[in-house]
Design a protein around this ligand. Structure first.
Ligand code: MG
Length: 377
């Protein structure tokens, strides 16, 4: 059933700490299950995607976004005869390193780290989570995931220059990741470009006219829906058009990636690894439409005036608490104080903050900064 260039679980480069096989789950299925049962995965429920939960319960959280990425990824992997379990695992883990407050939190954390000459990167943080912060097993630290899953965590969205990241040398930075990992960046975008139009419209931050004027792919399907269902109320037409847009993006990604795989002549995972470019891609036309939708969301939603107070609050909370623990490291929880022996103070503070949910960090900020300074431990 698998394509010749799909990753085969029996050819996996394996786990850091060898484990006996499971009688009825293969290693990628076990990795998927380990991620679903991880604390960092549960915390995604209370992490902002675009809207904080304080605005409405209807909108995507980072957890429901993750589940949507997994659904889209499985569909595409099945159609391309790729390793569905590996793709699903990579989708479920792809946002596990995100800090509270979405990109605002990420930016604030990165800026705070820059003052100490360091930086924050959510893919690198995700690797630290699965390698050491998740403490669940007696026999080894972290989740002891297979090489291919750890590699996908690092390489799914972009390349890391080997000379800039010597600590990641084991992940073959000079090679492309398998096609299963290459897909994730695109399925992530399909999921959020469509979901954020939906949530933005539902939140009355985007209007139908505005979307139709500036997002050609949506408008094309909306016209089709209007011809078919002229009497139906606007929201249902909106839903239909959005569904057709999502289907178009998925179909194009399947068909164009399949074409590229055929014409490249790749036969094996090794061929994909050594091919000079990534082979998972939208067609040029659809890629243009995808970029237009993303640019529209950037301009009208992510950077909108309406979301500015929410983002400013998030940035302030992260920055205040970062500064607090930089000045008061002995107020950190004991487990983080132990880490101070092997890591810089900034990295330990960053790790602690990045793991927090929106709810937790808001409460902590009230306690420590809002109502006079007390121990955060
Ligand atoms: Mg994502």
């Amino acid at each position: 059933m698998l394509a010749s260039y799909a990753v085969r679980v029996d050819s996996s480069l394996g786990r850091r700490y060898p484990e006996p096989p499971h009688p009825y789950r293969d290693d990628f299925q076990r990795d998927r299950d380990r991620i679903i049962h991880a604390r960092a995965f549960r915390r995604l429920e209370n992490k902002t995607q675009v809207f904080t939960h304080r605005i409405s319960d209807h909108f995507r959280t980072r957890l429901t976004h993750t589940i949507e990425v997994a659904q889209i990824s499985r569909t595409i992997a099945g159609a391309l005869h790729l390793n569905e379990s590996l793709v699903e695992t990579l989708a479920l883990v792809h946002d596990i390193g995100h800090p509270p407050f979405g990109h605002a939190g990420e930016r604030a954390l990165d800026l705070a780290m820059h003052e100490s000459g360091e930086s924050f990167d959510h893919n690198l943080h995700a690797l630290r989570i699965v390698e050491s912060f998740e403490q669940r097993y007696a026999s080894h630290p972290g989740l002891n995931l297979t090489f291919e899953v750890r590699e996908g965590i690092i390489k799914h969205s972009h390349d890391y220059a080997p000379e800039a990241y010597p600590q990641l040398a084991e992940y073959l930075l000079d090679q492309r990741p398998p096609i299963e990992a290459q897909l994730i960046d695109h399925t992530d975008e399909i999921a959020y470009n469509t979901a954020d139009l939906d949530d933005g419209y539902e939140a009355h931050l985007l209007t139908l006219d505005q979307i139709r004027r500036d997002v050609a792919i949506f408008d094309r399907y909306f016209r089709q829906v209007e011809r078919e269902f002229s009497a139906v109320r606007e929201k249902l037409k909106f839903n239909e058009a959005l569904k057709l847009m999502l289907n178009h993006l998925v179909t194009d990604l399947i068909e164009n990636t399949s074409r590229r795989l055929q014409s490249s002549g790749v036969q094996t995972v090794e061929d994909i690894r050594h091919y000079p470019e990534r082979l998972a891609a939208f067609s040029p036309t659809t890629n243009g439409e995808r970029a237009q939708a993303k640019e529209f969301l950037n301009r009208n939603l992510y950077h909108s005036e309406s979301l500015r107070p929410q983002k400013a609050d998030g940035e302030k909370i992260v920055t205040d608490l970062f500064q607090y623990w930089m000045s008061n490291p002995y107020d950190l929880p004991t487990s983080y104080q132990r880490q101070l022996e092997s890591e810089t103070r900034a990295r330990v503070v960053c790790d602690y903050l990045a793991g927090m949910t929106d709810n937790y960090i808001i409460d902590l900020h009230k306690k420590i900064v809002g109502n006079g300074v007390r121990s955060g431990a």
